[in-house]
Design a protein around this ligand. Sequence first.
Ligand SMILES: CC(C)(COP(=O)(O)OP(=O)(O)OC[C@H]1O[C@@H](n2cnc3c(N)ncnc32)[C@H](O)[C@@H]1OP(=O)(O)O)[C@@H](O)C(=O)NCCC(=O)NCCS
Length: 292
Amino acid sequence: MPTESRDDAFPPVRLLSPADLDLCVALSIDRGWLPEKAKWSLLLAGSQTFGIDAPDGRGLAGAVVLTRWAADYASVGMMLVASRYQRRGLGKALMEHLLAAAGAGATVTLFATDMGRPLYEKLGFKPVRRNVSFVGKFKPGRVPAALPGTVRTATAADLPAILEADRAAFGADRGHILGRLPGFADRIAILDDPAHGITGYAAAWRNHVTSTVIGPLVAADQEAAKRLVAHLAAGVTTTVRLDLDPDREGLPGWANAHGLEPAASTLVMAHGEIVPRGTPERLFAPISVALA
Ligand SMILES: CC(C)(COP(=O)(O)OP(=O)(O)OC[C@H]1O[C@@H](n2cnc3c(N)ncnc32)[C@H](O)[C@@H]1OP(=O)(O)O)[C@@H](O)C(=O)NCCC(=O)NCCS
């Protein structure tokens, strides 16, 4: 909804649809982000994207994506305002619209860039933890022997067990997004343990011709997480990007030792109360920083 601080010449916030894909891609490019057409397609299909049309008729003036995980839990991604319209209240208006759509009692999380942080702080978001993107050509290393279970590429038949493992870790149902992973990701790997079934999984998806993101990464422990990353990265010819908590022991140092360097850093922030859910120590990397 328009706010008093906003220029009245802007049209109201509208819900975008898959037909707006090219406009969203153009907005990413305008802000110097990767076009990420496949990711935008996923978000436009599985999430709610709000946008404001540019009064000059040149596409979108701004957009933001809301992904709902439960009645009281959601995340935000792709908060973008076209450079020619920045600092005119559009970011604030889009985020206020999103928070109203998420519901008054909902916890809403996001990965804040340095540029987005002042706006989020003003709206009451609080810091939760740091996030760093580790990026580079993955250098395979020695594979530890005799660990329980087998890492293998997932098939369609594994999806229900993947969703179950994810729900136990995340504490809410991400099925409406994860169900689209087989079409979106290049490869999904699972850790199949004869005693406990599928205890972890990870996906590799292209966010650019030269870059592959590994995420989500859900595993019972660090060693399992490393095995899943190594399995997926072995088949990747581009650079690899892995988003990790740099303050958590183990995986960041291991990723670094395998050729992935700390690149961009963001701050995970939350609006509303942080309610304990799932088994957070099993969550090693988000699906995407635009999701959770
Ligand atoms: C972050 C972004 C969405 C902000 O949109 P915007 O429309 O320019 O923000 P608003 O005009 O609504 O700003 C609202 C308030 O937030 C704060 N704010 C916004 N951008 C700021 C900046 N760059 N520096 C300091 N404060 C800022 C200010 O308090 C501002 O109020 P003011 O202009 O009255 O001082 C926009 O700069 C952008 O698209 N950046 C590039 C992409 C990006 O990093 N997105 C965030 C992803 S997490």
